[in-house]
Design a binder for this molecule. Sequence first.
Ligand code: ADP
Ligand code: MG
Length: 260
Amino acid sequence: MSAPALETDAVTVEIDGRRIIDAVSFTARAGEVHALIGPNGAGKSTLLGVIAGDQAASAGGVRINGLPLEEVSLRELARQRAVLLQDHTVFFGFTVRQVVEMGRAPWARTSQEDDDDSLVTAALSAADVRHLEHRRIPSLSGGERARAAFARVLAQNTGILLLDEPTAALDLGHQEAVLQVARDRARAGHAVVVVLHDLTLAAAWSDRITLLEQGRVVASGTPDEVLTAERISAVYRHPVEVIRHPSSDALLVVPVRRAG
Ligand code: ADP
Ligand code: MG
């Protein structure tokens, strides 16, 4: 089997003496959508930052395509992985198309540069923002802005896609569309790591799920293995039922609510 696209070995992150990520070993493989789930503050964004090479680890190692991260140049890193941050407010002043074109910067002066225009247009279409391409970012709704940011990481055309809550601001149709694009990328041989809060969405669209709680991995495996009612109720401190859709057999995670 080829080397995992991304691998952490007992990664720990301490900030101001607080352990935010605690000895996390995590593997993402090409061909798979891997969801990171867990309550607010569990360390999902921090772990994504570590595997992206944006956040330094206090201990442990990260490998990207088999190479220790510290041996990969920033330029090379930008050709291997694209990152959609949870907070994408940095593009004020630019048009949607300009933001998406920024995703092509790592490929300047390479043979891939010839594909810039077609990849930018394809990314705009895939994120359903082509009709907004000449609009400036501040004039967009929150969901439209999130889709423009998604289009930028698609245009980067990397083998590894790291997405932090890409669906948080989106309506139901666009949530499905974004995760369909993510799955298509995985089926084309890319590795996708995606932070999700909606556990039914995670069950539907991911091949593997890693559940974090207070900086530690509580469970990692297929959706069936990870999403048990007992475990989810305990970690999220709220009772849930995990049921199966009567015809599609899809896993549904449903909060238990008091009557009245
Ligand atoms: P998640 O994405 O799972 O909601 P984060 O990875 O953003 O969680 O944060 C995990 C924990 O680490 C939180 O308690 C957060 O407040 C804390 N944290 C994250 N970044 C910093 C930082 N730069 N300084 C101090 N605390 C931080
Ligand atoms: Mg987060």
